[in-house]
Design a protein around this ligand. Sequence first.
Ligand code: SF4
Length: 478
Amino acid sequence: MRVLLLCPPSSFTPPGAPPRHAPHVTAIVAAALQEAGHDPVVRDHHLGEPTLERICRVSSALQPDWILLMAADDNRRAPSEVLDLIAERLGSVLPGVPLYAFGRVHAARARRVMEAAPQIPGFLFGEPDQSVGALAHALSSGGDPCDVADLITRGPSGELHTSGPSERPLDHAPTPAWDLLEMGHYPFSPHQETADRLYPVLASRGCPWSCFFCEVQDQPPWVARPVGDILRELDDLRTRHGTRSVFFADANFLVDESWTRELCEALLEHEPQLRWSCMLRTDRCTPELLQLMARAGCGSVLFGIESFEPAALKASNKKLDVMTAGPAITAAKEAGMEVIVSLMIGLPGDTPEGVHRTVDRLIQLEPDFAQFFLVQVAHDEAPEGGRFLSDWEGAKHDFWGRLYAPESFKTRAQLEALQRQSYRRFYLRPRYMFKRVTTLLASENRSYELARMVRGALLASRLALSKGRTGSNGARDG
Ligand code: SF4
């Protein structure tokens, strides 16, 4: 069967820039369909003009046997209104073609989407590689889709029916079908990229924490893949795509220390040439573990610290002791890794003065790179103490949701000015620029370092100077 995997835009207004993240979950669903003998095609409407007319034209030209509307992917989401409009319009241009939504979300979230989007007849949720083959089988063989696990369907009077949960352990995840996507359309940030083409790998999924701004709150529980299955995917990526570099896109690479250790030891033994990077919490690291990761090929870590203001972290439910940040950054640098710190401006409980103090502390700790995001969330209502400053929108560098700010921040313009100022304060310091030039001169691959510096400078100037949409979200350790 020809299955159209349709990645909807987060808004019908074009985002300020193309997305940074390839639709990872969509690529896993496509691979699962291929393994089940079907013919998936992917159309990512985050790229190009996100109009209903174009979505319908492209979809009907493909003549799919059925359609999966990818409602929630890794690092992206579409609001229910957008999903509902697309489902309604496709129902009229492709009558009789079954349409389901899919999201790597838990059952309660899927149900809320179904309630808010009455034109969606069914929603498949949970892990992307578990039920999609069963749904494809039911649709191609005339079986009853209601028997498929992890599926919500709408009855004749509009009532919702949720099927039983999938009981398959996550012992095999197909290698994402990256060949169905144009990977060049999803450029990593300069501080994350490597000298060769970088591919994302999800060694684990989800996160047991529940920070206020993070998309993982709507996802199934944290699950780690068996190490042998991850090694198989790495081998596959090398054979099919020739890559020696991967980004472990796990929301949090260090949830279960024994699993991380087992993975690092396996990489040391079986993938000695592999270079990789990942995202961590500073309170999970020890110097010894960071040394092991570095020996296993980890060249760069991103710490999702979000703020150095304890009140903002507490109000955001981050549950991070900010005193762990300094030792973790120092230990990662001593292990020889590049360190990226991710921060957010406008968290609940934060203030403009708090943002300045956070940047002061950041500068003292001297990570190699920093990124500053405004807070965009997919919540229906703004958490107490704050309000939304925008409707759903795509941001300049990703994502989705409404721009949020606590009462101590007056306007969107103020948030954007603070963001620009933070970038300027961190990157345009003579000491920092001297360090980058020294790194460039000491590098064995100067042309790559130079290209990375130029791209970084262009991006930083665009972020520092522009006045467009500057939010982002879902910063995961993330
Ligand atoms: S921000 Fe990080 S720690 Fe918090 S929920 Fe997201 S991934 Fe987990």
